[in-house]
Ligand binder design. Structure first.
Ligand code: SAM
Ligand code: SF4
Length: 326
């Protein structure tokens, strides 16, 4: 098993398959992708992904989330999904995407074994969406979400980053959205990275404002199981969908951490905001390194630090979250 000295069990791997992105979200890549073709050529290959996921699965990982950058920029995304799904022990393969290829590609991803999707939608207002992402793609993304429902995906999630001055006055739109739709909107507190310090200072908004809004309107908090991860979830009997909150600045956020991350160039990130990352790519080059990889993962993970140091403004070596997928 992958367990650290604080008895946290890591059963969930977030795997970035590319650092490149076609959007320019103002909090993430305001100037567009800084990932050139040389770096894209270094993205993990299918055999490397198979070896990586096999090792994690043998150490107790049962869920893989494929992320990026924008994972749908990989032409072989359906093959990546199928490769992950075929590994014994992997029960669930999920995808986080900006949604721009859902309409074209979702049927193929589902056929490949995709179980769940999170789609980023920071505003349900067309102009705000474009202002935040640099693209007039809200309607296309919403059609993609409707297709996900039609295809029978359950547990569809919308990720929405809370930003003072950009979407804080239109958040009620999301409450209306989940009144009749069986999906969850997950509000994510804006996180500081080394590239967005000023933006963070101006636009960070605490998730407590949403907690208060939920409670005042009769939403109830779901009890969390001990290995459920750090999100807080709310439900309301009059709504088909739910509301969730990711509040990385809240007390004890890290005590329920159940996830590890691997970047698209094969580095293990013990924490999103760690200073150093372990390059495991050499151990992914051939099946004969399998046992060495298992041993390395176990001993490294045991050293994971108890918490990030975001409260002290220490963002580690994370320039922006497209590096590793959030
Ligand atoms: N491109 C895909 C997408 O946008 O869904 C996947 C990668 S993106 C880095 C994953 C998630 O991280 C998205 O929901 C995005 O909104 C979120 N994110 C990116 N930068 C963030 C930041 N500084 N603070 C909080 N969330 C962030
Ligand atoms: Fe791209 Fe996702 Fe970052 Fe937006 S949040 S710029 S879609 S990686």
């Amino acid at each position: 098993m992958l367990i650290d000295q604080y008895a946290r069990r890591f059963t969930y791997l977030r795997l970035s398959v590319t650092e490149a992105c076609n959007f320019r979200c103002n909090y993430c890549l305001p100037e567009g992708t800084d990932c050139d073709t040389t770096r894209r050529a270094q993205d993990l290959t299918l055999p490397e992904i198979r070896r990586l996921v096999t090792a994690f699965a043998q150490l107790g990982t049962c869920k893989i989330r494929i992320t990026g950058g924008e994972p749908s920029l990989r032409r072989d995304l359906a093959d990546i999904i199928a490769t992950c799904k075929a590994v014994p022990g992997i029960e669930k393969v999920a995808l986080t995407t900006n949604g721009y290829r859902l309409l074209q590609d979702l049927p193929a991803w589902k056929a490949a074994g995709l179980d769940a999707i999170n789609v980023s939608v920071d505003s349900l207002d067309t102009a705000r969406f474009e202002m935040i992402t640099g693209h007039d793609k809200l309607q296309k993304t919403l059609k993609g979400l409707a297709l996900a429902e039609e295809l029978g995906f359950s547990n569809i999630k919308i990720n929405s980053v809370l930003m003072r001055g950009f979407n804080d006055d239109t958040l009620d739109d999301f409450f209306e959205f989940v009144r009749t739709r069986p999906l969850t909107v997950r509000f994510i507190e804006l996180m500081q990275t080394s590239d967005n310090r000023e933006f963070f200072d101006r636009h960070h908004l605490s998730g407590m404002s949403i907690v208060e809004r939920c409670l005042a309107r009769g939403w109830q908090e779901r009890e969390r199981s001990s290995h459920a991860g750090p999100a807080r979830e709310f439900f309301h009997p009059a709504y088909r969908g739910g509301i969730g909150l990711i509040m990385p600045y809240s007390k004890d956020f890290c005590t329920t951490c159940n996830r590890l991350r691997v970047s698209s160039d094969g580095k293990l990130f013990l924490c999103l905001f760690a200073d150093d990352h372990q390059n495991i790519r050499s151990l992914l080059q051939a099946d004969r390194h399998h046992v060495e990889l298992l041993n390395y993962l176990q001993s490294t993970v045991s050293e994971k630090s108890i918490s990030h140091n975001l409260h002290q403004g220490n963002t580690g070596s994370t320039r922006q979250l497209a590096m590793i997928g959030g």
